[in-house]
Design a protein. Structure first.
Length: 350
């Protein structure tokens, strides 16, 4: 299921070819985890991996188009409500184990779920997914935090294909006083002035809270300005962008251009199970290949991830306090570990 180095970067590999490999991997993954105990274990192990990586909070994107998973005895079909119950139970258990006073150094504080539907489905199926998202938000208000459409933008429908359904969803949320922001994948493409590229316009017009990838945004100065003015953060996924052929390496990534234009960005792991990576690997790629990225820059990227999250004000304040303490401890470690070595060099004072 892992996408190998050869599979991603063979001399004859193309963007279309690597997406074929990626889609086959997702289908195999579904087959392995579409029953109760495997799904529960997968959620629990994912949280353990977050904690090992010192991730204290996450927003994850399950694909909800499959309507059921099987019970272990094969006698029952478990719907999305049961999925959410399993996720909530695993989160509650792990927060106790890994939070302050628990065994986890990362002080895990929880996760939220962005409801995802494929961008390739029929309009009536999208309506079903949007209504299902509303129902789950009503029952699990602290768990469901947004809605997104996923899949290769060059192969699926453009966002405007579902504009009527999305506007109706927004109107229904308003009438029910529900806060379910759009958090759209958009601009994950090298295309210019095509349907995939134009998803950026529609996502911003629809009021997206963040942009997943947004790789093509640098081709649109006005849209960069709008993201800056409206506080729309980009979810940058370095390893995914390399594997799926948006850039050959981080040397050619658009992140420095986005930061130079004051567009808020966060560093994220996109489908790490398929790439054999973690968030630390994505941060490492960012740090290693951008000479302009200083210690202060690392701090800002991490703080933006809290600022632009779907946590409420109380949760965000608590997260910032924990982050500040961890950051100060990290800086003290740098001074203790490396300070004496650099103090050996003479310093010229003017």
């Amino acid at each position: 299921m892992l996408i190998s180095l050869e599979g991603a970067h063979a001399t004859d590999q193309t963007l279309e070819g690597v997406w074929d490999i990626f889609n086959r991997s997702t289908q195999m993954m579904k087959g392995l985890f579409n029953y109760e105990s495997a799904f529960r274990n997968y959620v629990g192990k994912a949280i353990d991996r977050f904690a090992e990586d010192n991730v204290m909070y996450a927003e994850v994107r399950p694909n909800f188009f499959d309507k059921h998973i099987a019970s272990d005895d094969g006698e029952r079909q478990l719907d999305h409500r049961v999925w959410m119950q399993i996720i909530q139970e695993e989160v509650d258990t792990k927060v106790k184990q890994l939070g302050p006073g628990g065994k986890g150094a990362g002080h895990f504080k929880g996760l939220k779920v962005i409801y995802c539907a494929p961008r390739s489905i029929e309009n009536e199926d999208m309506t079903w997914c949007l209504n299902d998202c509303i129902s789950l938000k009503q029952e699990f208000p602290d768990l469901i935090c947004g809605f997104d459409m996923v899949g290769c933008e060059g192969r699926g429908n453009p966002m405007r294909h579902y504009i009527s359904e999305l506007l109706q969803f927004r109107a229904t949320c308003t009438s029910l006083d529900l806060d379910i922001p759009f958090i759209f994948h958009a601009g994950e493409t090298l295309e210019s002035q095509g349907p995939a590229d134009n998803n950026l316009y529609d996502a911003i017009l629809l009021g997206t809270k963040r942009l997943g990838h947004g790789y093509a945004l640098v081709q649109h100065p006005l849209l960069m300005q709008l993201c800056r003015e409206r506080g729309i953060a980009l979810e940058i996924c370095p390893i995914s962008n390399e594997v799926l052929h948006l850039c050959s390496s981080m040397h050619g990534h658009v992140l420095p251009t986005l930061l130079a234009n004051s567009v808020p960005c966060t560093i994220n792991s996109d489908n790490p199970s398929y790439f054999g990576s973690s968030l630390s690997h994505d941060f490492y790629q960012t740090i290693l290949y951008h000479d302009s990225m200083t210690l202060f820059g690392w701090r800002v990227l991490a703080e933006w991830s809290i600022e632009h999250s779907c946590m409420n004000m109380e949760q965000r304040t608590d997260a910032f306090q924990t982050w500040e303490a961890n950051w100060n401890a990290f800086c003290e470690w740098i001074i203790e570990e490396f300070g004496p070595e650099y103090l050996k060099f003479p310093v010229l004072l003017k």
